[in-house]
Design a protein around this ligand. Sequence first.
Ligand SMILES: C[S@@+](CC[C@H](N)C(=O)[O-])C[C@H]1O[C@@H](n2cnc3c(N)ncnc32)[C@H](O)[C@@H]1O
Length: 210
Amino acid sequence: MKQFKNFRIYDSLEEYYVHQAQGALYKEYGACRPTFESSLKTLFQYLPNKRSKILDVGCRDGWACEQMIKQGYKNVIGIDVSLPAIQWAQKQKRPVIFGDMHDLEFPDDSFDAIYCSHSLEHAYDPIKALKELVRVLKIGGILFVIVPVKNYLGIYHAFEFYEPDLLKKMIDENFDFETLQYKYFPLTHMGHSEDEVWFIGRLKSKRFKR
Ligand SMILES: C[S@@+](CC[C@H](N)C(=O)[O-])C[C@H]1O[C@@H](n2cnc3c(N)ncnc32)[C@H](O)[C@@H]1O
């Protein structure tokens, strides 16, 4: 593995999975960030239909999936590359499966909404991962991405969004979304290790711009 200022290059996919699983320990994390619960509330505002199909990308302990189900959403699934985390979550009867966001095992147009919280920075290729998310999202569907913003490479991050507008630039330059919200949350002054940004967009077309 080679480490640069804002990304890592892994020698193999296996090395990548092992590294990522180390960062996703198998225990209950619950709402581990100041904005976690408000991000879910915001997602629900865009999803009036409780039959909406929702994918949670990088779901770790499956806590967010459980909150969605508690709110009455009936079609929720989480994916994660950490087998121990998935097995732990499955024991709690949370609807999660093993899956890599770069190569999803879902047909095109499977989901009404994708929630990807603090996970895209773990992608070895964020644009490839976003392409997969767009492939499985329906036209008109909601993509909600939250990434931390740091000036150094986080210990388990594969890519760092080190400028607050980088996520939006990446999405706008490559994909066709109507931006519904783009927000910056300064959290470090509250003792948190990183600030974060939220992108919420509605998919207009599957056109890949580059
Ligand atoms: C920081 S945790 C975020 C967990 C949760 N979504 C949250 O908001 O707290 C990042 C998660 O992404 C998972 N992950 C890393 N690479 C992934 C990939 N390629 N596909 C799916 N999940 C991945 C990790 O195993 C870990 O559980």
